[in-house]
Design a protein around this ligand. Structure first.
Ligand SMILES: [Zn+2]
Length: 61
């Protein structure tokens, strides 16, 4: 089973203990799966301050 975690700082979803994007701490307690393909065209991505394509969690505890 894949144990996905999400970064507490930038919400990036990863399997690593540290975020590969910002080096932040990751948490297993997250909700909502968001795939951003084109951040400039995604309203949710803009609201969340996402500027790069990738997989993100909507909420991280
Ligand atoms: Zn991060």
């Amino acid at each position: 089973m894949i144990n996905l975690k999400a970064c507490k700082s930038c919400n990036t979803i990863t399997e690593a203990a540290k975020c590969p994007r910002c080096g932040g701490e990751t948490s297993r307690e997250w909700q909502g799966y968001l795939v951003v393909i084109d951040p400039e065209k995604s309203e949710i991505a803009r609201k969340m301050g996402i500027h790069a394509a990738g997989r993100y969690a909507l909420r991280v505890k």
